[in-house]
Design a binder for this molecule. Structure first.
Ligand SMILES: Cc1cc2nc3c(=O)[nH]c(=O)nc-3n(C[C@H](O)[C@H](O)[C@H](O)COP(=O)(O)OP(=O)(O)OC[C@H]3O[C@@H](n4cnc5c(N)ncnc54)[C@H](O)[C@@H]3O)c2cc1C
Length: 462
């Protein structure tokens, strides 16, 4: 396969996660002949679904925000936007079960007012902070607005120290900053680079009035990231090979590339490695990056999902966040999973899961079921029909201070070879948004080198 009849030659994209699928679509849309190679039997990488009896289960609850313009472009591109709609307006129920007067519900909501007033009313009424704490949040938010997340100096600092400097108490960090930050960064404020935290909070809460409105799939993730993605790739003329692990890539004398799998050797003019950082390190030819070992210094962090099927409905809201409990975020996945017999299926999304990730199911059951009964009175009389966990040990890169120095851009030092993946230098933490942005960045860099710059609606992502 040489692709000689296509202007721009043949591109091979390695890795069929969101980054690789995006790269393949964007290159194919520009008229390049593309082959996409994925080691697993499905597309979607870290955001996928599987069958468990009658249930279709996501490996992990995924949400996105209205400000995730690249991921929203992706949803549109694969014709999946209405299957993963956004809230009309941000509204997060936050239930504190440690409140001395008994469980107390608060809400983080926005109004239709302009930034930053859109959150002021909700903050003023947020019951989980004292009056003084709420006032100090306002001051920190204004200071956050003045930060430039791309400033390399911020990358080396940690978010908790900065929050402390702006008078944020341990309670404010727990009930507000970490409540959001743990779920979006997969790290506590102490563990997070100030640059990445500023990126999340500034873009999500302080850029546009609706920026933090939450969206999530009402169908299994695999419907979006595998089935619909595959359909879009096929329609764009991409050759997709699943169960096809790339074992080696090498440069030819004439400046092209050979991509080796266990089955075949594929010649290519352009190669995009859209695989996790460790795999990218293993495949990069000598000289492609000045200091390739930096990729191995990018740490990873786990996410655990706890799945519970009750024999009846125990939660009325589509989701909520918990305080004063090891439970973090709880989502109702009943409809999405295909459960139709009157039971309810809840998924608990547990980020920063270092303490739980290797614990046996029996221990996790003993830990989380009583907590759910504490949070949801209706769960007390309900029968648990199924309990299981999904463990993603390397769910995200760890957004530790200094990680920005380690993340390479899309271009390597070798012509025709590019990198993509949520872990590359997109300015975003390890999210679907970062993955899609990285894919667009890699595709645009490749197209520019081929003399085929393309004005994409999200060109600013590059
Ligand atoms: C449990 C969990 C919850 C999450 N929650 C959220 C959330 O709520 N919101 C959000 O935005 N993000 C969330 N994320 C993060 C998000 O899923 C990832 O950032 C994103 O999917 C990464 O996409 P990627 O394409 O960069 O990498 P990956 O998904 O890792 O894709 C890389 C692909 O490369 C393939 N591959 C590797 N080596 C080879 C090889 N040699 N040959 C061929 N193929 C190869 C892999 O099989 C894989 O499919 C979550 C992640 C997890 C695990």
């Amino acid at each position: 396969m040489s692709g000689s009849d296509h202007r721009g030659g043949h591109a091979v994209v390695v890795g069929g996660g969101l980054a690789g699928v995006t790269t393949a679509l964007e290159l194919a849309d520009a008229g390049i002949e593309v082959t996409l190679l994925e080691g697993r039997p499905r597309l979607g990488g870290l955001a996928f679904s599987f069958k468990r009896g009658e249930l279709t289960v996501d490996n992990g609850q995924h949400v996105y925000l209205r400000c995730c313009t690249a991921y929203r472009w992706f949803l549109d591109r694969v014709r999946g936007a209405e299957l993963a709609p956004l809230q009309r307006r941000l509204d997060v129920p936050v239930l504190d079960v440690a409140h001395p007067g008994g469980p107390r519900l608060g809400r983080l909501r926005r109004s239709a007012l302009p930034v930053p007033l859109h959150l002021a009313g909700s903050l003023a009424r947020y019951p989980h902070l004292s009056l003084a704490e709420r006032a100090r949040v306002g001051r920190a938010a204004l200071a956050l607005r003045r930060l430039d997340p791309a400033d390399p100096a911020l990358d080396g600092l940690d978010f908790a120290t900065w929050l402390g400097r702006y008078g944020q108490s341990a309670r404010t960090i727990e009930a507000l900053w970490d409540l959001v930050g743990i779920a979006t960064l997969n790290a506590t404020a102490e563990q997070s680079s100030l640059g990445l935290a500023a990126m999340v909070f500034k873009t999500g809460l302080l850029s546009e009035n609706g920026a933090a409105d939450i969206g999530w799939a009402r169908v299994p993730l695999g419907d979006l990231h595998d089935s619909l993605a595959r359909k879009a790739l096929d329609a764009a003329g991409v050759r997709t090979a699943l169960r096809t692990r790339v074992t080696n890539i090498s440069r030819t004398q004439s400046g092209g590339w050979l991509v080796r799998t266990e089955e075949e050797t594929i010649p290519a003019d352009t190669v995009v490695l859209a695989v996790p950082q460790r795999e990218a390190h293993g495949l990069l030819p000598a000289g492609a990056l000045a200091d390739p070992d930096k990729l191995l210094d990018i740490g990873t962090a786990p996410i655990l999902n706890v799945h519970v099927v009750y024999d009846r409905k125990v939660l009325k809201q589509p989701f909520f966040a918990a305080l004063g409990s090891p439970v973090q975020w709880v989502f109702d996945r009943t409809d999405a999973s295909g459960l139709t017999d009157g039971g309810q299926y809840l998924a608990l999304s547990q980020s920063v899961a270092q303490d739980d990730i290797d614990e046996p199911v029996s221990l996790l059951r003993g830990k989380y079921l009583p907590e759910l009964e504490r949070l949801l009175p209706a769960a007390r009389g309900a029968k648990v029909r199924d309990f299981f966990v999904t463990r993603e040990r390397t769910a995200t890169f760890a957004p530790t201070p200094g990680v920005g120095r380690l993340r390479p851009g899309a271009r390597t030092d070798t012509p025709g070879l590019y990198l993509a993946g949520a872990w590359t230098a997109t300015g975003w933490p390890a999210t679907m948004e970062s993955a899609v942005r990285s894919g667009l960045n890699a595709a645009h860099a490749a197209l520019a080198a081929l003399g085929r710059p393309r004005q994409h609606p999200l060109q600013e992502a590059a």
